[in-house]
Design a protein around this ligand. Structure first.
Ligand code: DX5
Ligand code: ZN
Length: 218
């Protein structure tokens, strides 16, 4: 049995009340922070200064998802600041092995993210360098988009790949995760679930986290 983890995305939270929005999901495992630079994705969100403030404002570990160009330059700084996990996109990293090692050396878990159309097979040899593989189930850039079912076969293939390598690497799913879609993702082999709008647009974020966890646990 896999341990299910829920990582609410503050992209759908009220940015003027981030400490309260973090406190509203204390029953979650992580707080997912979407860092966007308006180059890798067509949206601009938050950066290191906000992450540094959030680290002081919440006891939840931060799960930083960097949707930026030149993650090789920026990712180690998020780990050094105290993020629990730092994930870089394979499409953007020019020196992923060096960057993933720098994240780990700074004491954080290292994640590698793949867009919906990026195949997982070329990255098999990097499994030993990472603690989490993130499969995007929407095109990155915005919350509230519709879940892309076409990624489900890749989730299954990735689960087999990870299990063949000992099953240590976490498999995270991000985009369109809701009460409608989380069971399919869990059945396909995901174990860490990011949810933004499904948590923060629900009226009761903590109850939404519990409900998503219950559905994913089956
Ligand atoms: C999208 C971000 C997601 C986003 C998910 O590019 O990476 O983390 O917050 O939002 P929902 O859960 O609403 O699809
Ligand atoms: Zn994200």
């Amino acid at each position: 049995i896999m341990a299910v983890q829920i990582s609410p995305s503050i992209l759908s939270a009220d940015f003027a009340r981030l400490a309260d929005e973090a406190a509203a999901v204390q029953n979650a495992d992580w707080l997912h922070v979407d860092v966007m630079d308006n180059h890798f994705v067509p949206n601009l969100t938050i950066g290191l200064p906000v992450v540094e403030s959030l680290l002081k404002a919440t006891s939840l570990p931060l799960d930083c998802h960097l949707m930026i160009e030149d993650p090789d330059r920026w990712a180690p700084g998020f780990a050094e600041a105290g993020a629990g996990s730092v994930t870089v996109h394979a499409e953007a990293a020019k020196a992923p092995v060096r960057t993933l090692r720098a994240i780990r050396a700074a004491g954080a878990r290292a994640g590698l993210a793949l867009n919906p159309a990026t195949p997982v097979e070329p990255y098999e040899d990097l499994l030993g360098e990472i603690d989490m593989l993130l499969l995007m189930t929407v095109e990155p850039g915005f919350g509230g988009q519709r879940f892309l079912d076409i990624v489900l076969p890749k989730i299954r293939r990735t689960r087999s790949l990870i299990d063949r390598h000992g099953g240590r690497v976490w498999l995270q799913i991000d985009g369109g995760v809701s009460v409608e879609t989380i069971e399919r993702c869990a059945e396909a082999g995901a174990d860490v679930f990011v949810a933004g709008s499904a948590v923060y647009d629900s009226g009761d974020p903590a109850a939404a986290v519990d409900k998503l966890r219950e559905l994913a646990e089956g």
